[in-house]
Design a binder for this molecule. Structure first.
Ligand code: SF4
Length: 218
């Protein structure tokens, strides 16, 4: 049974990778791959629209380019710079704490391990995985709501939370797919397999194999 599940996930991901442009979600920051910028913009992105995250990050990184700049900037000024990101005041507070920890414990650098990243304020598993994969090119699986929803629809996992999905995928998904699954499913999840799925727009090869489609069609 385990084998069948793995085969399906690989098959679906393979089909998808031929069909969609996963670079559609590549931003200036993800191209840049600077660990500091990847970390900070991912923290800002929580509960914030992608366009807002991009606009705010650009504005912020014109002023705050590294940990020392983040240490120096006043919290009030910082929260103005990252407005209108969701929970901007809270995030500004966390970013100030983060700068202090990075300076004191990590020599002003962003750590490159999942364990160390997870100790930082405002950093959950999604952010930590994104930083190690994008900025340090290490193996990780960044599970956001799109990855979580679609993997459950496809029956690759049967989980309640994105964290559980990540742990299951670590067991079930061959490593070569770890880094690409996020970009692929984010694009697919925004355009087609959205919370209310547009199955009529889905690729036929995927629809034919999709257990969720079979379920909702009945
Ligand atoms: Fe999602 Fe529907 Fe496509 Fe299945 S058929 S992957 S539920 S859009």
């Amino acid at each position: 049974n385990f084998f069948v599940i793995t085969m399906n996930s690989v098959e679906l991901i393979e089909i998808l990778s031929k069909k969609i442009n996963k670079n559609a979600v590549v931003t200036e920051i993800s191209k840049d791959r600077d660990p500091f910028k990847v970390l900070i913009s991912t923290i800002i992105s929580a509960r914030t629209k992608d366009e807002v995250t991009e606009e705010v990050s650009k504005r912020l990184f014109n002023v705050v380019k590294n940990v020392d700049d983040l240490l120096k900037i006043d919290e009030e000024e910082l929260s103005k710079l990252i407005y209108p990101a969701g929970f901007y005041k809270n995030k500004a507070k966390n970013l100030k704490k983060l700068a202090k920890i990075l300076k004191e414990n990590y020599n002003g650098k962003v750590p490159d391990s999942l364990e160390d990243l997870l100790k930082l304020p405002g950093v959950g598993r999604k952010t930590a995985n994104l930083v190690i994969t994008l900025a340090f090119d290490k193996d990780g699986i960044c599970v956001d709501t799109h990855v979580h929803r679609i993997c459950n629809r496809w029956g690759i996992v049967d989980t309640e939370t994105p964290e559980e999905t990540e742990f299951e995928l670590r067991k079930k998904l061959p490593k070569k797919y770890w880094k690409i699954i996020n970009n692929l499913l984010v694009v697919f999840g925004r355009e087609i397999c959205s919370p209310k799925p547009k199955c009529d727009k889905c690729f036929e090869e995927i629809r034919l194999k999709c257990p969720y489609y079979k379920k909702i069609k009945v």
